[in-house]
Write a protein that binds this ligand. Structure first.
Ligand SMILES: *Cc1c(COP(=O)(O)O)cnc(C)c1O
Length: 371
């Protein structure tokens, strides 16, 4: 599904130099590399502040804690996402209020958000799934009229641009009060372990996140709020500084691979290639097909037999996860998410993918579907 070894081989000397630089200074936790990376990512995204932390799940949790989300509160998000988005809300004792997604873009349906808002709603958490952004025109309008802040889960779309109506434009993660991201190795900007960050242009939110991520500390050994220990280490920051310099090229490589898949697969009946949201650029964290006629699982087996990897993101939507049974979601209330869980299939997608590999993958898919 990914080829990190191939990607890293091309920048081996830059990575060696970065890793050696950290080893020679001994600044393994905090230190200049983390600060420099935070500044460089702020510059890249246009966010005023970047607060690095331990992983993308922590980033979401810290952002919610910065809004003082607690038992009795509600947070609106979608269940068609990686578990973290819903998990952190439950972990803080609040109620994840789930809304369904759009069948073409797989992102949060703003109309359902509008009717899900109650006096207890503390935040709206859209997920920029698979690399393109949720409808930020509609969501920002809802946020502004209701006063409920947005936290964008931007773990899959770092670098995406929104060019909407009413002069709304900017990068993913910079629209809401806060945005969060993950540097898990397979993400579009990945390190060599765990890592994450919170983006914000709000000074007070930045200060709160910084404090919460560092044990709620204001000055050494003085703790004003209950926090967590969540930090990006110096080695990962140095690696990320190298990879951030190549991110534009990596994005272009993914987009070129997606265009090649589109051309190879668009005439193949029985499947749908990814739909592009015209207001968002697509970072293609995943290239996800919709397989019609109930053939998804058989196709996946066929590909596996031929040594072709594929992935199902996500086979069980949040409303159907046993971990969330306490919330008593109605099984029929999320028809789009439920159907997508049956139909979606993600193909290998990474910066090193070549035309020959994609030809082989597409041939195997089209032949199987037509038989
Ligand atoms: C990967 C991911 C996360 C969590 O990131 P980790 O660094 O693995 O904790 C959260 N949300 C989404 C949508 C993700 O894809």
């Amino acid at each position: 599904m990914v080829d990190l070894v191939g990607q890293h081989a091309k920048i081996q000397t830059e990575l060696d130099e970065a890793i050696n630089r950290v080893m020679s200074t001994g600044a393994f936790v905090k230190g200049p590399e983390v600060a420099a990376f935070a500044e460089e990512l702020a510059e890249f995204t246009g966010a005023k502040h970047v607060i690095p932390c331990g992983n993308g799940t922590d980033a979401l949790q810290i952002a919610l804690m910065a809004l003082d989300v607690r038992p009795g509160d509600e947070v609106i998000t979608t269940g068609f996402t990686f578990i973290s988005t819903v998990e952190v809300v439950a972990l803080l004792g609040a109620k994840p209020v789930l809304v369904d997604v759009h069948p073409d873009t797989f992102t949060m349906d703003p109309e359902q958000v509008r009717s899900a808002i109650t006096p207890r709603t503390k935040a709206i958490v859209p997920v920029h799934l698979f690399g393109q952004m949720a409808d930020m025109d509609a969501l920002m309008e809802i946020s502004e009229s209701s006063g409920v802040p947005i936290i964008e889960d931007n773990a899959q779309a770092i670098g995406a641009d929104w060019c909407g109506d009413a002069n709304r434009h900017g990068q993913s993660g910079t629209f809401g009060l806060m945005g969060t991201t993950s540097f898990f190795p397979s993400k579009n900007l990945g390190c060599m372990g765990d890592g994450g960050a919170i983006l914000t242009s709000d000074d007070a939110a930045a200060e709160r996140c910084q404090q919460i991520a560092n044990h709620g500390m204001t000055k050494q050994y003085h703790h004003d709020v209950v926090g967590v220990n969540s930090r990006l280490d110096g080695l990962q920051a140095a690696i990320l500084r190298v990879k951030l310099k190549h991110l534009r090229g990596y994005i272009a490589a993914r987009q070129a691979a997606a265009v090649r898949y589109d051309a190879l697969l668009e005439h193949c009946s029985g499947l749908r290639i990814p739909v592009r949201e015209h207001r968002s650029s697509h970072m293609f964290h995943q290239y996800t097909l919709k397989i019609e006629n109930g053939k998804r699982d058989a196709l996946r087996e066929h590909l596996t037999e031929r040594g072709i990897p594929s992935g199902i993101y996500y086979p069980v939507p949040g409303h159907a996860q046993r971990a969330f049974s306490q919330f008593q979601y109605k099984p029929n209330a999320y028809p789009v998410s439920s159907k997508l869980a049956q139909n979606v299939l993600s193909l290998p997608m990474h910066t090193e993918l070549n035309e020959e590999q994609q030809q082989l993958i597409s041939d195997a898919i089209c032949k199987f579907i037509h038989q």
